[in-house]
Ligand binder design. Structure first.
Ligand code: HEC
Length: 141
């Protein structure tokens, strides 16, 4: 498929999405109006606060791959620097262990206790191994 076609297709998709979204909001608004007209006392009114129906939790761990250990890794490492500096490394398990030793001995990182330590080393060597499978970012959420 050539670029012009792809672009047209994307534009059509975007337009369709906007139509669906604005219809949903219009329906909510007209429901809200009709409840207001019924003059129901405040406490008895059903909760009709506007909410985007497609709402999802925002991802909190930057560019780090979403897998067990991501939360512990994110909080342990971003106290001092961006998670980017972590994600861009591709290291073997032994080298990650050495890297964490270096963080503690030279960079002032507190020693991470178990079970978090193993969780973090497992996470790093599995998802930021030598072939750097998740750099720049291939989050799955
Ligand atoms: C107490 C602060 C601190 C914490 C916590 C910390 N780091 Fe660091 N880290 C540093 C500093 C400072 C540097 C920059 C060192 C330099 O380049 O001289 C660094 C650099 C790095 C680098 C780049 C090394 C290089 O060769 O350029 C990596 C990778 C890294 N940290 C990984 C981690 C990981 C993984 C964690 C969490 C488990 C972590 N850091 C937590 C302070 C910290």
């Amino acid at each position: 498929m050539n670029f012009a076609k792809l672009r047209t297709r994307l534009l059509v998709l975007a337009a369709a999405f906007l139509v669906v979204q604005s219809t949903a909001v219009a329906v909510e608004l007209s429901r809200a109006k009709s409840f207001a007209l019924m003059n129901i006392p405040d406490g008895a009114r059903p909760d009709i606060t506007l909410k985007a129906s497609t709402e999802t939790e925002p991802y909190e761990f930057g560019i780090l791959f979403n897998a067990p250990g991501v939360e512990e890794t994110y909080y342990a490492c971003t106290a001092c620097h961006s998670e980017m500096i972590v994600a861009q490394q591709g290291l073997s398990r032994d080298d990650w262990v050495e890297m964490l030793d270096w963080m503690v001995e030279e960079q002032g990182m507190y020693e991470i206790e178990e079970p978090d330590y193993s969780l973090i080393v497992d996470y790093l060597s599995q998802h930021y191994g030598e072939d750097r499978p998740n750099f720049p970012a291939t989050r799955t959420n």
